[in-house]
Design a protein around this ligand. Structure first.
Ligand SMILES: Nc1nc2c(ncn2[C@@H]2O[C@H](COP(=O)(O)OP(=O)(O)OP(=O)(O)O)[C@@H](O)[C@H]2O)c(=O)[nH]1
Ligand SMILES: [Zn+2]
Length: 254
């Protein structure tokens, strides 16, 4: 996939439990991570700002039942050890998450002391469409490496079709089963009469938010496949090589 390089061991999917919490974004991150061999870990931040984490945690559990989930509060130090432990044995992790999710704050909390941060290697990308304007690779006291990426909001879904299917799991099967009852065999589940999928959304048997996100992501993928967008693919390869170099260099210096 585009951002998560081949030699990344762990992908932290960082999301706030504050007002910006968004399940559709999580589904997108999961689809993108599935394309890499990195182990995804969902990190829910700002636990200290949340009176009751139960509804958010159970929504995430429903959405991604088999993915590790960690609750974090950077100012209170909650969950920091658990986050760091994924990188034991000099493994490399990357943090993805939209702006304001709490990535930098978490990174700094993990570093604990300002002193540890002075050994950090930082890199600045160019101004290209999908290059990052800011990315930092730091060495944790335990020896693990952690890369902070900026928001993935505008990330496309290149090569993510398998990831999409995997991230949505049984949902795709559920839709397929419902579609058996659509009046037209080639129903696109848009505005056709007698559409069983739309009907299930309307009466709540099918999660409408999830359905809409699925449709949106499927469209993005097929659009990009049609275009084949070679410039974007070149850009992604360059970015990956750069990240690999950065990681190797930093490991040599450890
Ligand atoms: N109360 C509380 N505030 C937090 C926590 N984590 C982050 N914040 C605050 O949330 C805001 C955004 O945090 P950042 O760490 O800058 O977010 P980011 O994900 O690095 O954002 P970008 O750098 O734009 O990608 C800051 O004001 C932080 O102080 C937390 O666990 N608890
Ligand atoms: Zn239909």
């Amino acid at each position: 996939m585009q951002v998560i390089a081949a030699n990344i061991d762990v992908a932290y999917l960082v999301m706030t439990m504050g007002s910006d919490f968004n399940l559709s974004r999580l589904e997108r991150y999961l689809a993108l991570t599935k394309e890499s061999r990195a182990k995804p870990v969902i990190v829910l931040t700002k636990a200290d700002l949340c009176d009751d984490i139960t509804p958010i945690v159970s929504a995430v559990r429903d959405c991604a039942p088999s993915i590790d989930l960690q609750i974090v509060s950077s100012p209170k130090g909650l969950g920091l050890q658990e986050i760091a432990s994924y990188l034991d044995g000099h493994r490399t992790g990357v943090m993805v998450g939209s702006s304001g999710a709490g990535k930098s704050t978490l990174l700094n909390a993990l570093l604990k002391t300002e002193h540890a941060a002075t050994g950090a290697v930082s890199a600045h990308g160019g101004q290209g469409r999908h290059t990052t304007t800011h990315r930092e690779l730091v060495c944790l006291p335990s020896g693990g490496l952690l890369i902070d990426t900026p928001g993935m909001r505008e990330l496309g879904m290149v090569n993510a079709s398998e990831g999409l299917a995997a991230a949505f799991g049984d949902f795709a099967l559920e839709v397929e089963a419902l579609a058996q009852d659509c009046r037209f065999r080639n129903c696109q589940h848009e505005s056709e009469p007698g559409c069983a999928v739309r009907a299930a959304c309307e009466d709540g048997r099918l999660d409408e938010r999830r359905w809409n996100n699925w449709v949106k992501m499927t469209r993005e993928i097929s659009l990009q496949q049609q275009k084949g967008d070679p410039a974007m693919q070149r850009e992604a390869r360059r970015e990956q090589l750069r990240l690999n170099r950065l990681s190797r260099k930093s490991k040599r210096n450890t």
